[in-house]
Unconditional design. Sequence first.
Length: 155
Amino acid sequence: MYSKEEEKELKLAFWSKLGNRTRKIPGQRGKVKTWIGDRTNIKGVDLRFDVGRKKIAVALEINVKYETRRLALYEKLEATKKIFENEFGEELIWDFAYEKEYGEEVCRVYKEMDGDYLAQEQWPAIFSFMIDKMLRMEKAFLEVKDFLKYDELGQ
């Protein structure tokens, strides 16, 4: 068990070391990788890391407040499933009703592994997983982004 201060320090060290590890990605030339994250240019669609004490996940998350819009966007994404997974390079978990830790319901396409982000001995495996899967998630997202961005009403 960690004190709040120890947990805070480990969390900061975790994200700092992950950033440093991205400097080794080919093409980064020693610079920290800037991930797409919430800059998808599609309102309510984010690419995110989700780290916890039991699971580590890389996800495309649709977190639009209005359920009908969220599910419509998910259905549109699901229509690209074959293309998306082909670009990603393996099957993903597709969940139209994923409940987050604090009860918020979102749609999520993700890959996860068992792990504890506070266990420093697991960091090398966790970092490798996170970097590899997010690079793939970004590649897959960029392949279908234009299709997702525009609906029939041109919004």
